[in-house]
Design a protein around this ligand. Sequence first.
Ligand code: BQZ
Length: 658
Amino acid sequence: SLCAVMASSALADKMPVEQSMSTLEYELLSRGDLWTYKKLDGYSEAPFLNDLVKAGKLPPVEERLPAEPLVMKTMAMSDGIGVYGGVFRHVIGGRPEGWNWLAGQHQGWGGINMAIQECLVRNGPLWQVKAEEQSGPLPNLAKSWEWSEDKTELTMHLVEGVKWSDGDPFDTEDIRFWWEDNVQDENVASRLPKGGLGDGTTLEVIDAYTFKFTFTKPQGPEILKSLAYIQGCPGPAHALKAKHPKYNKDASYEEYRNAMPADAVPPVVLGGWVPVRHKADELVILRRNPYYWKTDEAGNQLPYINEMHFKLTTWSDRTTQAVAGTADFSNMENPGNYVEGLKQTLSADAPVKANFGPRVLSWRLELNFSETNGVQDEVDAELRKFFRQKDFRVALSHALDRQAIGQSVARGPFMYPYSGGFSNGSPYYDYDSTVYYPYDLAKANAMLDALGIKDTDGNGIRNMPGSGADLEIDMTTDRRQVTDKKQADAIILMLAEAGVRVLIRNVDTIDTASKNGDFNMLIRRKEWALPTRETCFHLPIANSCPDRHLPGSDGTRNLMDFEVEMVDAYNTILSSWDAVEAAEAAKTIQRLWTENAYTIGTVQAPAALLVNKRIKNAHPGTPVNMFEWAEDGVVRERLWTPKDQQLKELLPGTIAEY
Ligand code: BQZ
């Protein structure tokens, strides 16, 4: 696949180009071939759990499992049914904020959020499903659903008898708590925004395992994809209610958000593994959840792997360690280490296998369009006026030499120009709907002149016609992201050529620093592969997002016409029952986004999935990011390691104790 990457580099100067550098072939399945829900004749469990059962410390496995568990099918496994035991080693650059994901906290990303959260439905593994069956998500905690005839009511059925990791039953009380006391509560920053399932949508509990959404207008299968990770993942109502202000008058919302602090382990979860040790800035250790509600077809309770580690270092260290064989998994996404990484992974005795995919990584400049939020003085106010003018944005785009930006990140064929919108590797990307404003400094200068922004004091920097101030734009940059910093340095020089001065503002975690809209411009990597995934980072689908266009203190904002049109197209994606119509709506978004330079794309790059050769069932077709990141797409609960290659567990025999 290195050759494939090299070959497509010849196209790099006629950007943007059509994708497809993945040369792998594998059979796509029907959705029902991945997993089903059924009672099996008998069940087995990890031997150490069986010892705990015998010692009276755990109920027998058939009492811990649902009456009809989720059963992962053998035909979807690239190496088949596995054996128990061993360790899976992750390395991540994030740090757990806390375990209360219901209140919007993250656990450090890189697959730790997804190891503990389980969601109503699932998108990641859809890459293994035939294209014509990809509309709508896969079932997960919701095993099935039906629509009313007029498509305004959706009834969902939970798997019956799922238990939380402390043994407490999971049922519609957890769903009600998720929806009513988190999603709908104005004081809780849940990941599913208010209005994220359409304004006025209500949820009604029917019985312990059945609930119903009622929409104010007809909806379609795609809206359900918003109930997958990270937006549709219920939390433990029985553990959280006592800390929520609605049920506890002494609690504040701040206390609720921190109700499951990062240093308090184990939290109560539904995921395959439970955090049992957390050493800040060093390591999180997770052990298998004895109540996990999935099995293989032979009745073995999943997961196969007993212990999972998350070493807390940096994102680029994740790749270094995976290549060296001291970690088991990496989404190789720091192009600065691709050449070295590839060289090492190509040798026959390398500990790791690398699968390159299409260009799913994309970086972009984002301008703040709010006329009031975060505006501190008249200079900010004037800047924002220009940001809202298409010609200003297009001028900045013409000032960027994306080839040079790419080469400043990584020499060689990896980086490609990017113009914004869906990532090139997204199933929703469309080449013909993508407008590209290439490097043309003379044009950039002429456009800025025409806007009346000229260098009136001869210092080489343009002056703003209103305030007379130099055209200086602060650019928030994540100091921990090497790739972003290199781009920022190149962009400073390029925009200076157009008479624009950029001042870097370094922050630790950009998504946290930007969430209140406290910036004029920023640069970050932000993929958009699936319209319904974290849409709030991309489109103004709710008043609370995106961070680059928040309302002012009076609660109002002034959306630009093309923003309204993009939201309309998004709503068509949600409500359509016709895959062609939904794809057309995605094209409309792509065209409006890129034509208007809604964000100013910089570069895009392919990513590679690195998995240690010891790990079985890591299907070679797993994309780094198609419907979700690979940590979800690879289906970690079905990964396993042959006995003789298993690594020694740090906490053998341990389970979470409450
Ligand atoms: C993958 C991913 C799994 C978040 C995060 C992180 C946050 C964003 C994004 C990626 C990391 C890895 O991405 O970079 O390869 O493992 O975790 O969740 O960058 O800052 O806010 O959306 O997913």
